[in-house]
Each structure stands twice: as C-alpha cells, then as structure tokens.
Design a protein around this ligand. Sequence first.
Ligand code: PEP
Length: 253
Amino acid sequence: MRTPVMAANWKMHKTIPDTIGFIDTFITLVRDIPQDREIVIAPPFTALETVCRAFLGRKNLHVAAQNMHYEEKGAFTGEISPVMLSDLGVSMVILGHSERRHVFGESNELISRKVVSAISHDIKPIFCIGETLEQREAGDTVKVLESQLSEGLSQVSESDMENVIVAYEPVWAIGTGKTATPDQAQDAHDSVRAWISEHFNSGIAEQIRILYGGSVKPENVNELMALPDVDGALVGGAALDPHSFAAIAGCEI
Ligand code: PEP
C-alpha cells in the first residue's frame, strides 16, 4: 500500500570520480530489483549533478539533497536554494538530520521553514526526527518525537502532508553500529503514525512513509522492513559501498 523508500545518505563522502565509480556499479546491481520501491541517493552537493544525470529516465531511482535553505535566493553565503536543487532534477531533500540539529544547531523552527519551502518547490522532504540516548533513558522518547513533529510540521497543510516522508532516526543509533531493536523501532514508528493520525487524519497517517535510520545494514534490513510501520530505511555508512547499498535496496519487502 505504501511504496517503500530505500535511501542513502552519503554525508560528506565521495568526490565526483568516487560517485561515478559507485553509480556505474550500483546501476548494474539494481537493474533487476523489483520496481515496487523507490531508491534514493543523497550525495554531497558537488555530486548531485552527476547522480541526477546517471538516474535520468529511471523511474524508481531518485536523487535527494542533504540540506537546503528555505529562501529561493539572496545573501545567504554558502547556502543552496530549492530552485537550484530543482534546476538539477533533485526531487527530495533530507531535512532536520540529527547532524544538522546537533552539530549545526538547527532548530525545529528553522527546519519547519525548510519543510514548507521544499514542498512548495515540489521537492519531497525526508523529515528526520529522533531522540538522544539521554532522552530515551529518561523515558522521553515519545515526548521528544511529538515535539519535533508538532514544531517541524506546524506549517504543513493536510493536502501537503502526503508529500512528506518522515525518517525516525534514534540519535544513539546513527553511525554507532547500534540498531534499534525491532520492538523499539516499531513502537517509535507506531507513535509517529498515531500522532499524524491525530493531528492530520487517519487517511494521511496510513499513506505516509516512515523510514527507519540508524546503523541499517544488509544483515538487519529484512528484520526492520518486516515491521508493520517501517516503510523504508535511511542509510549512512552502509550506503557508501555499492554492493552493500544494493543489497539493502533490494531487501525482501
Ligand atoms: C544517517 O546518516 O542518517 C544514518 C542513519 O547513518 P548510519 O546508517 O551510518 O547509522
């Protein structure tokens, strides 16, 4: 019912030659993967054009940016606008990733502006939320997720909500090798869907894709994808190798 999304976040990895090498192998490896899923790569800005060109005309392969500014243009040194991303053929953008929140201090308010701007430029936001270990241990996981959802999606209308992809990424599982257990992941995804049902409506909640992120690997992806409320994965480290990401993208669904 919900088309799964298998997404790679390359973070600050890969030059253009590295990207070409990856894509050459990857495209061959995913040629026979069923078309029942969307496969997404989010390279650094400098490699977006390379991946966009390589994916041109391939219906289930998409390109995402890892961040964007909410304005279309202006005096924002070092920033990239939604118009610039659309220009390249980028159709998705990762927003509110935990590294943006925790390393670069992005607030829910800033992320919320970016989410609205992305939607209004026909770029689907992959809107990331997740609790720290301290918050989980304090029993605050659901409270944290709900406040990130309510602030980050505060300006999204019901009709625009179908264009949002949510990624639940527990901060303690990102890049650590520690994956959430199936129960932890399912509970978090279920609470996200329940919040969406309450604050938008049950139809939207049923439609929305909620991805899990945090040390996803070929060895654990099938178990995660078997969970009723997990609709895909956002993958960092294990998506840097074409064989590893092709195995994840081609998981059992
Ligand atoms: C991420 O960067 O969003 C991520 C989940 O990284 P990793 O898969 O390396 O934990």
